[in-house]
Design a binder for this molecule. Structure first.
Ligand code: GFP
Length: 833
């Protein structure tokens, strides 16, 4: 039985339904009801997880009302809708964020207190859906938040991976992967829609025939059919009534297929088919992994794309009507090339299933898709072998060939006799084994192409897609990435949010981040500076407590500068450059123990792809250096090193508020944008960074004097590469650099083992593809400047306040408005909260 009502105030009034009411009384009653009727529990026997589930359902109820209303309004207004196609959504925990967006975070907390609930513990209980690798997946999640907040009707389409990105644990300094079982205890935020399901075909062959009107048609006879079932998650905007839809597909065996097999008595065959079908949405592929090029991944991509496009066509036929207007109802954004097969799939569905002619289908397709590129790294640009396509998607291969034939004819007419250009632009890479260039398919099939920061978009035009840019410059855009201030300030850093609101005298900044400019006037105020510092120190204390528990490292939040690099492990992001700096400081301290220096905690977080050896070795190196330094009493009063295990959204939220210094040190030209750089800076960290990705724009916004810049420009990098880069010369030309690398090689950090880190040190000395050695000296000098400024608190605090004040541009609301205006031509559909 539910516990007796203990509160003294009046119970929920009759006009305030307990499933929708926002008063404290309603929330309390609803919570108890949900615990009782949905969990079948009462307080005395409820587990922490039961308590969390009841909270989640209480919040979800309040979202569903708004969701239904949004759907009704969008349907009747036939609103133009964005479909965001993304293989990844790195959502992070829902509960706290939804409380904030509903505007009931405080009242819910009070209701919780009165029910004697441990609010923090309930929030901690939530398992985050880690349906993405890093930046790209998290960007998709920020964009979902902003689409709803900016009131743009949107559907996010993706895959409901049963296992998201692996959990990382650290054993003996090495990364060990554990499978992520986020669905184990159920997911209260999703609603299964077993009736919204589509068949997805693979393999087999095509047949060309003439239909009744004697038109040439094609049918695809697959040898495998599975079905995709929709799981819907509501996405509520901040302070508005708009709720958008995140629709993720789960792969299942088709019923009919199952029954057929059962009927002929092949029980094991049927079970096998079921397992094979379900494998398709089983697991998220880690980035940079050799396995990522495998057949199953292509099956996944096609799986979610096919379900999504079929769903869009269904919605269109249900609400608006003829397929000629499909592109007026929908615009579809391709998040990288993972969903690029959508171009061929929409063509196929229009022509083969709906008897649309090639020319009309092509016009519709070209008007529907837009493509965002997220990387210039050659190894990250997707290609698929023609042979694999032929086996798996024979009909799509035919369509791609035809798109290519027509496209290359255009190129030939435009550039007479330039067959080299034709070969460069072809959708098929004929060199070596023939491969399909997914980026070219995405570009040719889209009406707009964009990069994710100004520099990146320029580099796309001058390098990666130069030929395409020359042919149709008007289709190329830049939309600099952004992040949501709801999750990354309000939810992550409530103390800072409160202080900002107090200083500004309003909380409008949460959806109008430009209004943070109002802080500028107070940047020199010693009273604000002191409180600013208190807020930072409190966040550092929280992090220190967590790291003590989970990494076994003791850090002093009071005296130490928290210097943090948190992002996927990758050589281009240059975590090893950071390590070389740590080793330099270590050596200096060993040579001169009385060296007066600013104490620093060097903190790292990030996962390495399971098959990316060098990245895993970098994790081992960080932990090995940590072990030596943290145990050396001569230095450990000044420096400590910590590796945060399992960097994910939840743990990121612990890091961003606690950073004094944000490390954004990729080789110029390699990081398309970065978004961690924005999250840190929004929380008052100062950046040490190269002129790469969005760093450049962050520096422009906050002012060069409030940003610690070092290193080569992208242009200088290119020139140096052209001249023939020789890391060997740097190694021999800089005594300190040599001694830092030699110290790693000496076995000091590996209990005398001189082989362990050899692959890393040798690679640096002889190849160094990301020019760590070339930027080493500039980085050290910059770090010395940083220490000097940190020693002058008033100056540092002022810079920190100005960083936050000038971060308006990096709200994902701004990014979404730019997409809406410049790329999608779509208007907001306002709905009151
Ligand atoms: C990629 C790029 C980043 C960029 C994000 C989002 O991130 O520079 O900020 O996409 O556009 F590399 P990852 O998915 O590779 O982390």
């Amino acid at each position: 039985e539910a516990p007796a009502e203990t509160e003294t105030e009046a119970p929920a009034t009759s006009h305030e339904h307990t499933r929708t009411g926002m008063s404290k009384a309603s929330l309390k009653q609803a919570y108890i009801d949900n615990l009782f009727y949905i969990q079948g529990r009462f307080r005395e026997v409820a587990t922490p997880h039961d308590l969390y589930m009841a909270a989640a359902f209480t919040v979800r109820d309040r979202m569903l009302e708004r969701w239904v209303k949004s759907a009704q309004v969008y349907k009747s207004s036939r609103a133009r809708t964005v479909c965001y196609l993304s293989a990844e959504y790195l959502l992070g925990p829902h509960l706290a964020n939804n409380l904030v967006n509903l505007g009931i975070a405080e009242v819910a907390q009070r209701a919780g207190e009165e029910l004697d609930l441990d609010f923090k513990a309930i929030l901690e209980e939530e398992e985050e859906p880690g349906l993405g690798n890093g930046g790209l997946g998290r960007l998709a999640a920020c964009y979902m938040d902003s689409l709803a907040t900016v009131q743009i009707p949107a559907i996010g389409y993706g895959i409901r991976y049963e296992f998201g990105i692996f959990d990382q644990i650290i054993e003996d300094g090495w990364q060990v992967e554990r499978s992520d079982t986020w669905l184990r205890n159920g997911n209260p935020w999703e609603i299964p829609r077993p009736k919204i399901s589509f068949p997805v075909m693979y393999g087999g062959h095509t047949e060309h025939y003439r239909d009744q009107a004697e038109r040439p048609r094609v049918r695809w006879i697959p040898d495998m059919v599975i079905s995709g079932v929709a799981y819907d998650t509501p996405v509520l905007g901040y302070g508005v009534g708009n709720v958008n839809l995140l629709r993720l597909w789960k792969a299942e065996a088709t019923e009919s297929f199952d029954f057929q097999t059962f009927n002929v008595g092949d029980y094991y065959g049927a079970v096998h088919a079921k397992i094979e079908a379900e494998t398709i949405s089983k697991v998220l592929y880690p980035n940079d992994d050799p396995e990522a090029g495998k057949e199953l991944r292509l099956k996944q991509q096609y799986f979610f794309v096919s379900c999504s496009i079929q769903d869009m066509i269904r919605l269109h036929l249900n609400t608006v009507g003829p397929l000629e207007t499909f592109h007026e109802k929908f615009v579809a954004q391709l998040n990288d090339t993972h969903p690029a097969i959508a171009v061929a799939e929409l063509m196929r569905l229009l022509m083969d299933d709906h008897a649309v002619t090639w020319d009309d289908a092509w016009a519709t397709t070209r008007a529907t898709f837009c493509y965002t590129n997220h990387t210039l790294l050659p190894e990250a640009l997707e290609t698929w072998s023609v042979a694999l396509f032929e086996r798996l998607l024979p009909r799509h291969l035919e369509i791609i060939y035809e798109i290519n034939r027509r496209f290359l004819d255009e190129v030939r007419v435009r550039y007479l006799g330039d067959e080299e250009r034709v070969a460069r632009m072809s959708l098929i890479d004929e060199a070596g084994g023939r491969r399909i260039r997914m980026a070219h398919l995405a570009v040719v099939g889209s009406r707009a192409v964009n990069g994710v920061a100004a520099l990146h978009s320029e580099l796309i035009k001058t390098t990666l897609l130069k030929d395409f840019y020359e042919m149709a410059p008007e289709r190329f855009h830049n939309v600099t990435n952004g992040v949501t201030p709801r999750r990354f300030i309000v939810v992550s850093n409530p103390r800072l949010a409160e202080l900002i609101t107090e200083v500004c005298g309003h909380d409008r900044w949460i959806r109008d981040l430009d209004s943070l400019r109002e802080l500028e006037a107070h940047a020199d105020d010693p009273k604000l500076q002191a409180r600013w510092r208190e807020v930072k120190t409190a966040a550092k204390r929280d992090l220190a407590v967590w790291l003590k528990r989970h990494a076994g490292v003791l850090l002093d939040p009071q005296t130490m500068m928290f210097d943090i690099q948190a992002k996927r492990l990758h050589e281009y992001k240059r975590q090893h450059l950071n390590v070389l700096h740590i080793i330099r400081v270590y050596q200096r301290l060993k040579q001169n123990p009385n060296l007066g220096m600013v104490p620093r905690a060097f903190i790292f977080g990030g996962k390495a792809a399971p098959g990316y050896y060098m990245a895993k070795l970098m994790i081992k190196l960080i932990n090995a250096v940590a072990e030596v330094i943290n145990n050396d009493p001569q230095v450990n009063g000044y420096i400590r090193v910590a590796f945060m295990p399992d960097f994910n959204v939840k743990n990121g939220q612990r890091l961003y508020p606690a950073a004094d210094l944000s490390e954004q040190i990729s080789l110029a030209g390699k990081e398309a944008s970065g978004t961690g750089n924005m999250k840190f800076s929004m929380n008052g960290a100062l950046t040490v960074g190269t002129l790469d990705g969005a760093n450049i724009e962050i520096r422009e916004e906050v002012g060069a004097e409030n940003f610690f810049l070092f290193g080569m420009t992208a242009e200088e990098v290119r020139r140096k590469q052209d001249e023939g880069y020789r890391p060997w010369d740097y190694y021999h030309g800089d005594q300190e650099l040599k001694s830092d690398i030699d110290l790693i090689a000496s076995g000091l950090f590996s209990h005398g083992d001189t082989n362990l880190f050899r692959p890393l040190t040798e690679h640096l000395i002889h190849q160094d593809p990301f020019m760590v050695l070339a930027d080493y000296r500039a980085y050290l000098e910059c770090q010395d400047r940083i220490s000097t400024v940190y020693d002058r608190p008033a100056e540092w605090d002022r810079m920190s306040i100005l960083n936050v004040a000038r971060m308006g541009k990096f709200s994902s609301d701004r990014s979404i408005r730019e997409y809406a205006e410049r790329i999608w031509s779509i208007e907001p559909q306002p709905l009151g909260a």
